[in-house]
Write a protein that binds this ligand. Structure first.
Ligand SMILES: [Zn+2]
Length: 238
């Protein structure tokens, strides 16, 4: 699922070239006092007002929203004097106490870290040697200049192990399946299947839709779109 990156660049922020592009950094806010519904907005506004102390290029939170507050490929103040000049982008994750919201935030976080690594032309790998996506902890352990250990403990508290995080960075997360068509019984399922088969037979829609239905990946949005096409074709025949 593509996400929208809302740009809210901090006016007057420093513009310092990197030494080299080696990393994209994964953070989390570490702010256990800011976990409410407005956590993302509060973090973004705090950082925007205090960027001289610390800032990153992106924030994620609020159920999968992404806000960019500083340019990529420019020095950010997020992971210490050793890591900053080598980091193309740095991504902060706002906390939440809501596990369901976390799932959406985490999916956007993974998507964004992967996208930024690809944009930067570095391996989509987590915390191995060499170039790639690095946690703030990896920078602390391997480069120094900082002593933070995020984002591991927050992720673990929300049910994501280090191994899972690594796997998700490397493979991405399966597209949100919230919108996949689900049926309470076989009869309704067959009714919908027959309907799609009929549309295919009348050549209103391509037969790949039936395959998609049989593979169990058809979304409610897909089906709505097919029904709309059917209505339009029928209307055109009159
Ligand atoms: Zn950090």
């Amino acid at each position: 699922m593509p996400y929208e990156i809302e740009k809210r660049l901090i006016p007057g922020i420093v513009n310092i070239p990197l030494k080299e592009i080696r990393y994209v950094i994964a953070h989390e806010s570490g702010n256990s006092k800011n976990v409410g519904p407005d956590a993302l907005e509060r973090e973004v506004s705090y950082m925007s007002n205090n960027w001289r102390k610390a800032f990153t290029s992106h924030w994620v939170g609020d159920g999968g929203r992404i806000i960019q507050i500083a340019p990529v490929n420019r020095l950010q103040y997020g992971c210490g004097s050793k890591g900053n000049p080598l980091s193309y982008a740095q991504v902060e994750l706002a906390r939440t106490s809501d596990k369901e919201q976390f799932k959406k935030d985490y999916a956007a976080y993974i998507w964004l870290l992967r996208k930024l690594a690809k944009d930067a032309g570095i391996p989509v790998k987590l915390d191995y040697g060499g170039k790639g996506v690095k946690t703030h902890k990896w920078i602390s352990d391997n480069l120094g200049g900082t002593d933070h250990t995020d984002p591991y403990s927050y992720l673990a508290a929300m049910g994501i192990s280090a191994a899972q995080f690594r796997k998700d960075i490397e493979n991405g997360i399966e597209e949100e399946d919230d919108d996949i068509m689900k049926f309470s019984n076989e009869t309704t399922k067959n009714t919908v299947r027959d309907h799609i088969a009929q549309m295919v037979e009348k050549k209103y829609v391509d037969k790949s839709w039936l395959t998609k239905f049989d593979e169990g990946t058809m979304t409610n949005g897909d089906y709505d779109a097919l029904c709309l096409i059917e209505n339009q074709k029928k209307a055109a025949q009159k």
